[in-house]
Design a protein around this ligand. Sequence first.
Ligand SMILES: NC(=O)c1ccc[n+]([C@@H]2O[C@H](COP(=O)([O-])OP(=O)(O)OC[C@H]3O[C@@H](n4cnc5c(N)ncnc54)[C@H](OP(=O)(O)O)[C@@H]3O)[C@@H](O)[C@H]2O)c1
Length: 238
Amino acid sequence: MSSAVVFGAGGGIGRALTEALAASGRFDRIHAGARRLPGDLPAGVEPFAFDLGDEASIAEVAHSIGGQVELVLIASGVLQDASHAITPEKSFRAIDAEAMAQVLAINTVGPALIAKHFLPLLPRDRRAVFAALSARVGSIGDNRLGGWHSYRASKAALNMLIVNFAIELKRSHPHTIVAALHPGTVDTELSLPFQRGVAPDRLFTPATAAGHLLTVIDALAPADSGGLFAWDGTRLPS
Ligand SMILES: NC(=O)c1ccc[n+]([C@@H]2O[C@H](COP(=O)([O-])OP(=O)(O)OC[C@H]3O[C@@H](n4cnc5c(N)ncnc54)[C@H](OP(=O)(O)O)[C@@H]3O)[C@@H](O)[C@H]2O)c1
């Protein structure tokens, strides 16, 4: 039995990843998690509810899956959320402690908690992948524009955790790949306010983005573990 788990399956990219995995027929079991369970998941996909702010909900999913998991995909994240006064800051003057803490909680601490409960479920004797959707703007080495302080910092910290987890698993899980992925600009709710100026051929549909990401994941080798990879397979500086 091979299993895949998608966190954030109610989001634009997460949902497309879930559909692509289901269509591929490569996994015996696909578990798809969201805060609000989507009612129309592909047939056979097993839904679960979780909230990144509730560690017990993540532990509960790991416990209920029970067996080993060959693929963990984290497709959750936040860039702006009017209900929590989260807006990408253009200047340090706009930094708000609560909003910043919330972005870090969702983009950094949440994935770390998923790692805490799901890295132990990865098999030691065969290939497994733990991948989180990050963003190119979280690359410290690639930062030329600045701004978006909380989002960039949260993704940079996520990229660091990915490096750390790769180092920690290297001996015990020699076939495992831990990776951060940049999906490109994808036409979802998250990017909607920021799509102006994006060339049409660089604004991917969620389905196209999911195809890119699964192709990148397939091509990764254990030597790539810890890296940040763009949608076209290019390795970016973390
Ligand atoms: N779209 C892009 O152009 C783009 C570019 C670079 C990187 N990314 C990254 O790709 C990932 C997916 O983005 P997307 O475009 O698919 O965004 P999206 O459609 O807004 O989906 C984001 C998902 O995160 C979930 N989420 C937020 N807070 C959560 C919490 N506390 N607990 C559980 N789930 C939570 C949301 O759940 P609900 O549905 O319950 O709200 C939603 O399903 C994000 O990490 C984003 O940073 C996207």
